[in-house]
Design a binder for this molecule. Structure first.
Ligand code: GAR
Length: 192
């Protein structure tokens, strides 16, 4: 299963996927390419460290969505990778129908809350400020509804009284780093 990862930031989840691959915990999946929409994204250095082709791909003209010329660039570059799965690992853009149709049923996203609670930006902060006692992370198929596609799996994280936003973020990220590679491995074995 050929996997393309898209990210915007530090890439700790891409790192977890690449670590799982190095440790033979990624099933029949193989990461073939990483793209980032920011030239200085940590995810690019991480990919290079692991010997995976990694490149900045300009998503302009828009800042928070993938549409127009940027979308066309992403579709062409990803199609050239012949992916079986496109993983959004901290790719901070809303995906539009052109991209969805190009890779129909093949795009999954990681979100830092137990969807359908706290969709959108800052899922960890939203849960922390709302005072819920349990939050977590979700891996789901991407559809036209933002953070609304069919859920593949979730992991729960308890918010303790002593937790700060920082300690909670760390716990959610730790849960993400286990969940996302496990879901990819399962998908690669045909168990969605
Ligand atoms: C992750 O926490 C992921 O859930 C979140 O961005 C972070 C990326 O971290 N994604 C979203 O909020 C998507 N709406 P990383 O760059 O260290 O993998």
């Amino acid at each position: 299963m050929r996997v393309v990862i898209l990210g915007s930031g530090r890439g700790s989840n891409a790192g977890a996927i690449l670590k799982a691959q190095a440790e033979n915990r990624l099933g029949r999946a193989k990461v073939v390419q990483i793209f980032a929409d920011k030239p200085d994204a940590g995810i690019l250095a991480l990919g290079a460290q692991h010997g995976v082709a990694s490149a900045f791909l300009d998503a302009a003209p828009f800042k928070t969505k993938l549409e127009g010329e940027g979308e066309a660039r992403y579709i062409a570059a990803i199609e050239a990778c012949a992916p079986d799965l496109v993983v959004l690992a901290g790719f901070m853009r809303v995906i539009k129908p052109g991209f969805l149709n190009a890779f129909a049923g093949k795009i999954i996203n990681l979100h830092p809350s137990l969807l359908p609670s706290f969709p959108g930006l800052d899922g960890i902060g939203q849960a922390f400020r709302r005072g819920v006692k349990i939050t977590g992370c979700t891996v789901h198929y991407v559809t036209a509804e933002v953070d609304g596609g069919p859920i593949l799996d979730q992991a729960a994280v308890r918010i303790e009284k002593a937790d700060t936003l920082e300690s909670l973020a760390e716990k959610v990220h730790t849960a993400e780093h286990a969940l996302l590679p496990a879901v990819i491995a399962r998908l690669s074995e045909g168990n969605g």
